[in-house]
Design a protein around this ligand. Structure first.
Ligand SMILES: Nc1ncnc2c1ncn2[C@@H]1O[C@H](COP(=O)(O)OP(=O)(O)O)[C@@H](O)[C@H]1O
Ligand SMILES: [Mg+2]
Length: 359
């Protein structure tokens, strides 16, 4: 049994990536591990000529994924934009894994991200003993991506302070990174590009400057377009997570997944599915990613403290936890939903009782 808690995409899907590379006879952009078509098949799933099944990673618009991949073949970088939980990080990781076989050249953007983290830093012991030298230079993931002709990833770009973000402008337009201390520069090798992600719901975000925006092609990842699509995403990810975590439980019943997705969508949309009842909206985003974690928690409860079959009682507490973020406002929203919607649905009595137990 593999002991790594979470493998990188290129590790967990090594077999699929190999199969794609082998059957791929389309033209590859310089230094790409496979053709854009094969990258799209890796992301969206499909059957190869030899019958090999590639599993879908992203469920949603094909055109959107094609646009993202096409961008990476141009001189513009890719910005994946959207509300939390719309698979921005997930798509970024899988794109990097397919295009260059390496999703690890990653910078996590925070308010504390410094220019050094984007460019390079120094190993001070080396620097003091021998002076500035290549050995003393600590390369950033971006610098390594440039040198190796790979994809660099910047997560949560808009959390990075604006002046630090601007470091990226020269780097992405000139495709070079000067190292004045050594009187040299790193010139990006073909195949280099960057994928950034940004959230449009972040508090205190730093807007992208228009100069930086021009270096990116923005692709907006939407929330799932229908309940069925969202149920498919949640069921698939919960099954995969359950396997990865070795949970001794059955995959959740479709009807439980449908119920959680329905609750999320109704609260998100501010009305019931039939449009008859208006609802107050909670402060939480209620993303697909949160629906996945509610069900996943339910499966873990059922596995370890139940009989291995997830029921209403196993999801109630994490459901309430996902919805009630603000103890006053959201509690009212939830109370209203519980009493006007859940209680009234004939086949939801079990859920109503389980939720009441938490009052
Ligand atoms: N359309 C989708 N297709 C496949 N998985 C999705 C989709 N939307 C959300 N997910 C799942 O949601 C989870 C969280 O996504 P993540 O990439 O962390 O979101 P973000 O970075 O946008 O906040 C991932 O496990 C991902 O598989
Ligand atoms: Mg993310």
């Amino acid at each position: 049994m593999n002991q790594i808690l979470r493998q990188h995409a290129e590790q967990s899907f090594a077999e699929e990536l190999d199969a794609l590379k082998q059957s791929d006879n389309r033209q590859r952009p310089p230094n790409w591990a496979m053709s854009p078509w094969a990258v799209a098949t890796y992301l969206l799933g499909g059957r190869l000529d030899n019958g090999f099944e590639v599993s879908p990673k992203y469920i949603g618009s094909r055109r959107l994924i094609e646009t993202a991949i096409a961008t990476l073949t141009t001189d513009r970088a890719l910005l994946l934009f959207g509300v939390p939980g719309t698979a921005k990080s997930w798509v970024s990781e899988h794109l990097a894994a397919a295009v260059c076989g390496d999703s690890t050249l990653l910078i996590q953007g925070t308010a504390g991200t410094s220019e050094e983290q984007l460019r390079y830093g120094w190993n001070y012991a080396e620097l003091l003993s021998k002076g500035p030298s290549t050995q003393a230079l600590v390369q950033s993931p971006l610098m390594r991506a440039m040198e190796q002709g790979k994809i660099a990833r910047v997560e949560e770009l808009t959390r990075i302070p604006a002046d630090v973000q601007d470091t990226l402008i020269t780097l992405l337009s000139e495709k070079s990174l000067p190292v004045p201390e050594l009187g040299t520069e790193i010139q990006a090798v073909r195949g280099f590009n960057a994928i950034a992600t940004a959230n449009n719901r972040d508090k205190g975000i730093n807007e992208l400057s228009s100069a930086l925006k021009r270096r990116f092609n923005t692709v907006v990842l939407p929330l799932p377009s229908s309940a069925d699509e969202e149920v498919a995403i949640v069921s698939k990810r919960v099954a995969e997570l359950g396997r990865a975590l070795d949970l001794p439980a059955e995959p959740p019943a479709l009807k439980e997944v449908q119920r959680v997705v329905r609750i999320f969508r109704e609260l998100r949309n501010g009305q019931t599915e039939d449009g008859k009842t208006k609802l107050k909206a909670p402060s939480a985003t209620l993303s697909t990613a949160e629906a996945i974690s509610v069900i996943n928690n339910g499966v873990a409860l059922a596995a370890h403290f139940g009989d291995g079959v997830m029921r209403a009682g196993d999801i109630a507490s994490s459901l309430i936890g996902a919805i009630v973020k603000d103890p006053v406002q959201d509690a009212l929203v939830w109370r209203e939903y519980q009493e006007t919607v859940i209680k009234e649905r004939g086949d939801w009595k079990d859920l109503y009782r389980a939720c009441r137990d938490h009052d």
